[in-house]
Design a protein around this ligand. Structure first.
Ligand SMILES: *Cc1c(COP(=O)(O)O)cnc(C)c1O
Length: 475
């Protein structure tokens, strides 16, 4: 074998890819191959590994950007070898990041007068949420220390519709997470219940704009009123962090008058995903503080670039610069109006799908309104009692046509509800929506003809938990 490979190497003619030794051997699993492989053959092998996957455009499970224009792609590819952290070598990237933060802070009505707003770029909302949470924890700790009070039992309050990153935050920093259950009556965070869970050890309350599970928004204005009352009563400074992973790039464009951001007194930090409705390829997140005073000094590293004093905050060291370049490009290329048009189109298509789903008698939408370009629906309650199939079957059926539309159960208290979620993003056209609806109708017609219940239906009848193939809530 060794010899043969050598011979192949020395062969003067260009052996066809599929005539090569590598193409009839299995791919490496445990150990690094001894010999190099020709680039075009290695490329083919790796490319093939990706073939059986969902096409990103048809992945309606994800919130993350799957389309950018050719110039954005070119810019980002050209920056593929630039490390963001090398700010001395690539000072313009640091500057661009600062400008993006300014732009985002102003979209969220930041009152900060400084030239550079207090904030940070991150790998995604996960890192951005962590930074917001850590800042709240350090602020609280500092205050407790000053007051000579114990600071060993911090907690934070959030609805049970939290994204998994908050569980990680709680685990990694050992901060107790108190969750307000979502129920059929309270489908978003109930501010009064949230406050009832707060005490002197509460570092912050987290509100979510664009709850990952449902697409709904928490009522931050109502929460702000409750927090104001709590703080007055206890003479404390408990603040709100808004996890606006999705909403942060939807509301400023589509609902500029709706108050959820820094216009509210106790909203001291907001995080978002640049790679969701910020319209940049993954990984990019942003976190902004209302003002420098809310960013603990321990977290901020001040560095001087080209005469500009930029504050550096973040968990990561080396990371790609391309996403920041991509975000800055999008701001210039699209402008406010461009973002507005794109988000409005996504909303219109989501609303269209929502209304068409409502017309299919077997389905019921979870909410009447669509407030972000995504929504969830379930089987109609009455129909569900006698149907021979579940939404897990529909998910599998749609997968055969290339769509990924996830089915999953809602969090605590609502775990018996199986739902399906559709996220509409840039790149998903009305025509694609019609194709998807067509495929859903064909699938339903087939299921209606079933004589015997499907496996997932039987499991449901037996009260067994059906484990969905996608952990959609983690996206
Ligand atoms: C997606 C999401 C996150 C995690 O964001 P990443 O950008 O994937 O790291 C956090 N919170 C909410 C509400 C989300 O929707």
């Amino acid at each position: 074998m060794e010899k043969k490979t050598k011979k192949e190497e020395s062969c003067c003619c260009d052996k066809p890819i599929f005539g090569s030794e590598a193409m009839r051997s299995s791919a490496p699993v445990d150990t690094i191959p001894q010999h190099p492989t020709k680039a075009k053959i290695a490329y083919q092998m790796v490319k093939e590994e990706t073939f059986p996957q969902t096409r990103p455009e048809l992945n309606l499970a994800t919130f993350v950007t799957t389309y950018m224009d050719d110039y954005a792609t070119k810019l980002m590819n050209e920056a593929i070898n630039i490390n963001y952290i090398d700010e001395t070598e690539y000072p313009r990237v640091a500057l661009m990041s600062g400008r993006c933060l300014n732009i985002i802070a102003n979209l969220w009505n930041s009152p900060e007068k400084a030239d550079w707003k207090a904030g940070a770029s991150a790998i995604g909302s996960s890192e951005a949420c962590m930074l917001g949470g850590v800042a709240a924890w350090l602020r609280w700790r500092e205050k407790r220390k000053k007051e000579g009070k114990p600071f060993d039992k911090p907690n934070f309050v959030i609805s049970s519709g939290f994204q998994v990153v908050w569980e990680k935050f709680a685990q990694l920093w050992q901060i107790e997470m108190r969750t307000v259950p979502l129920t059929d009556e309270h489908r978003t965070l109930d501010p009064k219940q949230a406050i009832a869970m707060c005490d002197e050890n509460t570092i912050c309350v987290v509100g979510i704009m664009g709850v990952t599970w449902t697409g709904l928004n928490d009522d931050i204005e109502a929460l702000d009123r409750e927090v104001e009352e709590f703080n007055k009563k206890h003479n404390s400074e408990m603040a709100i962090h808004v996890d606006a992973a999705s909403g942060g790039f939807i509301l400023p464009f589509l609902k500029p008058d709706y108050k959820w951001d820094f216009r509210l007194k106790w909203v001291w930090s907001i995080s978002t995903s640049g790679h969701k409705f910020g319209l940049v390829y993954p990984g990019l997140g942003w976190v902004v503080w209302k003002d420098k005073t809310y960013l603990p000094g321990d977290m901020a590293f001040s560095v001087n670039y080209l005469g500009a004093n930029i504050t550096q905050v973040g968990l990561n060291f080396s990371r790609p610069a391309a996403q920041i370049i991509g975000q800055y490009y999008q701001f210039i290329r699209l402008g406010f109006d461009g973002y507005k048009d794109i988000q409005q189109n996504s909303m219109d298509i989501a609303e269209y799908l929502h209304s068409e789903i409502a017309k299919i008698p077997v389905f019921a939408n979870y909410s009447k309104d669509v407030v972000n370009p995504l929504f969830i629906f379930s089987l109609d309650e009455k129909y569900d009692k006698k149907s021979k199939w579940t939404l897990y079957d529909l998910q599998a059926r749609l997968q055969q046509s290339g769509w990924m539309v996830p089915a999953y159960t809602l969090p605590d208290n609502l775990t018996s509800t199986v739902v399906m979620r559709i996220v509409v993003r840039q790149g998903f056209s009305r025509d694609m929506a019609d194709m998807l609806l067509g495929d859903i109708k064909v699938a339903v017609a087939e299921f209606e003809k079933l004589e015997y219940p499907t496996q997932t239906r039987i499991a449901k009848e037996r009260g067994q938990k059906v484990v969905g193939k996608v952990r959609s809530h983690t996206k």
